[in-house]
Design a protein around this ligand. Structure first.
Ligand code: ZN
Length: 268
């Protein structure tokens, strides 16, 4: 249901081609860099003219990277609208579709550079990007990918920042996008149910559909993941048995109830 296409040439050209192809979403991948080796946060740039979808998508991605790698989210809750002093804005402002520029980790931070350079770290980043696209673009479509720095007509040798331990920002960013492409192009159906998953590396050990209203808590000390249903399956004993009482439902956007849910509701 998803197809990914890599766009090359100068940044404006890439965006115009993605518009002509009617991409559903557009992603440019970079890594951050600083003169301070301890600099550490995940951030996403959006264009100054970004839609609310771009902003929400960017925040979702940056905050997921921050949780995955135990970092903070930079900028305004994970996003910098309009870029670093305008830098980054031109990479996105010509797009007609939601578009984000990723700066998930620092190439200048020795610990993070290791994640950038190794397969497992790249796969974790690719998984988050893939999940974010599935979450925000549920009906699928063409996803435009742009490798930051690389393949520019105006500066064909640019590869971005040097990565501690060897290699260049753009080459590793390309590896992450290739991994995300493989993951996205394997997706066969939209995610219609809320699901929890347990991963060991890229291997899924456990997968379970849970109630969309359930509260999930993780106790790392006891090693217990508790799933509490917010919607009780039986009426509490103290509840008045009035058949006329209207059923209350939580406010907010709801997904279509699953079959199992409808069956259960029917017994209430
Ligand atoms: Zn860059």
């Amino acid at each position: 249901m998803y197809r990914c296409k890599f766009y090359k040439g100068d940044y404006r050209e890439r965006q115009e081609q993605a518009n002509a192809d009617r991409c559903a979403a557009y992603v440019e991948h970079h890594f951050n860099s600083s003169t301070s080796p301890s600099a550490s946060y995940a951030v996403v740039i959006t264009g100054a003219n970004a839609s609310q979808t771009s902003r929400n998508w960017g925040r979702w991605y940056a905050q997921a990277v921050a949780r995955e790698f135990n970092l903070s989210a930079g900028g305004d809750q994970g996003i910098l609208v309009g870029g670093f002093d305008g830098r980054g804005d031109f990479n996105l402002r010509f797009t007609d579709m939601p578009a984000i520029l990723l700066e998930p980790l620092f190439a200048s931070n020795p610990r993070q550079a290791e994640w950038i350079r190794n397969d497992d770290g790249q796969a974790r980043l690719a998984r988050i990007l893939c999940d974010s696209i599935r979450r925000f673009f549920q009906s699928g479509g063409l996803v435009g990918f742009s490798v930051g720095h690389k393949y520019k007509r105006s500066a064909p040798n640019d590869r971005g920042a040097a990565v501690v331990g060897g290699g260049w920002e753009a080459d590793y960013a390309e590896q992450v996008l290739l991994k995300a492409q493989a993951m996205l192009e394997e997706v066969v159906a939209p995610q219609r149910e809320r699901e929890i998953q347990v991963f060991a590396g890229e291997e899924i050990l456990f997968r379970q559909v849970i109630d969309v209203d359930a509260d999930v808590t993780w106790d790392g000390v006891r090693g217990v993941l508790r799933i509490d249903r917010a919607v009780p399956t039986v009426e509490p004993r103290s509840a008045p048995r009035s058949p006329a009482a209207p059923k209350t439902r939580p406010r907010g956007k709801r997904t279509r109830p699953s079959k199992a849910r409808r069956t259960r509701r029917g017994r209430e």
